[in-house]
Design a protein around this ligand. Structure first.
Ligand code: AMP
Length: 306
């Protein structure tokens, strides 16, 4: 018999009477037992994050709370998805603030393991999804998605939830994780959630806090040029090269000169498109100051022009 008795590391009592408490786990066995226990009472939603929680993460938590009886959030800055020279050491870590956010949002379980807990012997197994990982962010971040799929597979094994919620903000990651879950017959269902943006269009990201005021202003050109491209597609433009050139000009005019990529891809296969006929995603990555930002918008070229 599985021992589902568990000891959680702390409990944040909810202020409002009658509500459950957030239970925080740092160890695998106890975290797993808590999710198994919660599943006996109803569906469990999983929200994997690297912490520094913002409105984007909150939206995933709310999506989970809408659909599931209990919600488990993971907070783990996963070293294996950072390349050499990337910002693993500097990545914002704010566990106490994150726990307060989880408490406010009605999260039931937080799993916040250490690197040693997740990779006690370093780890010799990698989950690799082919092809979908080659383009877009995969081109300049070799191994990044292997780190992501491996840690997501581990988290889904540790916390056997019913649904897992991922943001479209990391659109390529969402498509890859969905494919992994399907290819490996994982029992969990992957749910994609829309991008949450600031009023001026900037997609929320834990990395935005690295930006100076000037960088922050220039960063809005990512969403502005993507929205302009979407408008052009809605008014009938179908030639990908022309769309991409428009985005490039928009970024340059907005003061972004270090462009990682601009691509229009099929929304499922992520294959680059020359001519748009169906659902597609326009994706960009750019560096502003020390900060690598990504953004994307969905378009449906099968609809008639407005
Ligand atoms: P991260 O903590 O950056 O690894 O992100 C954890 C999850 O939150 C991922 O599924 C992200 O796609 C999602 N996420 C991050 N930013 C946003 C956003 N602005 N809107 C919606 N989801 C987001």
């Amino acid at each position: 018999m599985l021992d589902t008795g568990y000891q959680c590391d702390h409990v944040i009592a909810r202020k409002r009477k009658g509500r459950r408490s957030v239970k925080i786990f740092h160890e695998i066995k106890a975290g797993r037992a808590a999710v198994i226990d919660a599943r006996a009472k109803g569906g469990v939603g999983l929200v994997p994050t690297m912490g520094a929680l913002h409105e984007g993460h909150r939206s995933l938590i709310r999506a989970s709370r809408d659909r599931c009886e209990s919600t488990a959030v993971t907070i783990f800055v996963n070293p294996t998805q950072f390349g050499p020279g990337e910002d693993f050491d500097d990545y914002p870590r704010a566990l106490n603030t994150d726990l307060a956010v989880c408490e406010e949002e009605g999260v039931d379980i937080v799993f916040a393991p250490s690197v040693e807990t997740m990779y006690p012997q370093g780890g010799r197994t990698t989950v690799h999804v082919s092809e979908l990982t080659d383009g877009l962010c995969g081109t300049s971040r070799p191994g990044h998605f292997d780190g992501v799929t491996t840690v997501v597979a581990k988290l889904c094994n540790i916390l056997p939830a019913d649904l897992a919620f991922f943001g479209e903000k990391d659109y390529q990651q969402l498509v890859i994780v969905r494919r992994m879950a399907r290819d490996l017959d994982m029992a969990i269902r992957i749910v994609g959630c829309p991008i949450v943006r600031e009023r001026d269009g900037l997609a929320l990201s834990s990395r935005n806090q690295y930006l100076t005021a000037d960088g922050r202003r220039r960063a809005t050109s990512l969403s502005r040029s993507l929205f302009a491209a979407r408008n052009r597609i809605e008014s009938g433009v179908r030639d990908a090269a022309s769309i991409l050139e428009g985005v490039r000009e928009g970024l340059r005019a907005g003061g972004v000169d270090d462009i990682g990529y601009i691509d229009v891809v099929d929304s499922e296969t992520l294959a680059s498109l020359h001519h748009l006929v169906d659902r597609a995603r326009i994706c960009v990555a750019a560096r502003i100051e020390s900060c690598r930002l990504i953004d994307n918008v969905g378009v449906d070229a099968s609809k008639d022009a407005k």
